[in-house]
Design a protein around this ligand. Structure first.
Ligand code: MUC
Ligand code: MG
Length: 367
């Protein structure tokens, strides 16, 4: 089996409800679909979300690096030789979500060629993942109503609250209102997307003490090393690295230097191969992981479920898997469904992300 063709297809699908957070906002999924075809006619699929405010990648840069650099270098390679593919892509620095999507599409091909679901190839631990819902910036009462609706409609009992606003009282109030309205049985954790300084984060933790928060993600920029270390040392809850730790090397640096003590794994930027390396590092060190959301489509969320459910350590905590519900439509032929607060893996060869060709024709931007 040899790679014959690698396509990077730009498309745009609007959001019905935009998501706002400290580092940016999303009104439309202007993503790039990666499609890899082999000489025996198999097709591997993955989705790439450009996040310029997080990784510096844009839709145009992802298309360019895949079409101009990765595709010529990977064509002719056997998809099973994924270490060769990793080394070829590593010759180009950064471009993490472009690399992640190519890796996932290769795993999809491996699963299809072996007639085996990829969650089985990766570890086969569980057949579903519990869902955590991400709440964007909104007035406190609207946040509570959204969380209650997601609890009632989908059985979701874990919420990640986007924070990092100023004045700090906006986020402090939101945490109080959510805890009071949702009760003690619901898990709440925070993600500030670098919106605060370390000292501001420390103040928010003081003012929300006793409300049962379980983690605080990217409180401030990880390059503010001294403040961040002081925060990690003094916080009673884990301080999670997300955008500061896209690669195994970043994870090692941040954990060893004391910049964080929990890790968010995102398949969108690490693929399955590097996500496996990151998970191994974390389990070896006794560090908790959360499967995060790169504001993923159903295709991206299915990739997260496929990886997250495959390993004991990555399915322990609920994964961030529900933000596709805010999109007006999706390319996935068979929609992803949340039942009893969980999403199931797909028991089909590959990842199971088959595309609705009519929808792709409607939303693609290069036709
Ligand atoms: C998250 O966990 O930070 C927002 C920005 C980004 O890169 O990912 C999202 C969610
Ligand atoms: Mg985050």
């Amino acid at each position: 089996m040899k790679i014959e063709r690698i396509e990077a297809i730009p498309y745009s699908i609007p959001y019905t409800h935009p998501l706002r957070f400290a580092s940016g906002e999303v009104h439309a999924a202007e993503h790039v679909l990666i499609r890899i075809t082999t000489d025996d006619g198999l097709v591997g699929i993955a989705d790439t979300p450009p996040r310029p405010y997080t990784y510096g990648e844009t839709q145009a840069s992802i298309m360019a690096v895949v079409r101009d650099i990765f595709a010529p270098a990977l064509t002719g390679l056997d998809p099973l030789d994924r270490e060769k593919a990793q080394r070829i892509m590593a010759r180009t620095v950064h471009n993490d979500t472009a690399k992640g999507a190519v890796d996932i599409a290769l795993w999809d091909l491996i699963g299809k060629s072996l007639g085996t679901p990829v969650h089985k190839l990766l570890g086969g631990y569980a057949d579903s993942m519990r869902v955590s819902h991400m709440l964007g910036f909104k007035p406190a009462q609207e946040l509570l109503e959204e969380a209650q609706r997601f609890g009632e409609e989908y059985g979701i009992t874990t919420f990640k609250l986007k924070t990092g606003r100023r004045p700090l009282s906006l986020d402090v109030e939101a945490v109080h209102v959510l805890r009071e309205g949702l009760g003690d049985g619901v898990e709440i954790y925070l993600d500030a997307n670098r919106g605060w300084t370390a000292n501001e984060a420390m103040e928010v933790l003081r003012r929300t003490d006793g409300l049962g928060l379980t983690a605080l993600e990217e409180p401030c920029d990880a390059s503010e090393a001294m403040g961040r270390r002081r925060l990690v040392q003094h916080s009673a809850i884990p301080i999670t690295g997300d955008e500061s730790v896209p690669t195994p090397g970043d994870v090692s640096r941040e954990l060893l230097s004391g910049g964080c003590n929990a890790i968010c794994i995102k398949t969108a930027r690490s693929g399955f191969t590097q996500a496996t390396e990151i998970l191994g590092l974390c389990t070896g060190l006794g560090v908790d992981v959360t499967m995060g959301n790169q504001i993923d489509t159903q295709i991206g969320s299915l990739a997260t479920v496929t990886f997250g459910a495959a390993h004991e350590a990555s399915q322990r905590r609920a994964g961030e898997l529900s933000n596709f519900l805010d999109m007006a439509d999706d390319l996935l032929a068979e929609p992803l469904e949340i039942h009893d607060g969980a999403i199931r893996v797909r028991e089909v060869p590959g990842v199971g992300a088959e595309i609705d060709e009519d929808k792709l024709a409607r939303y693609r931007q290069d036709a």
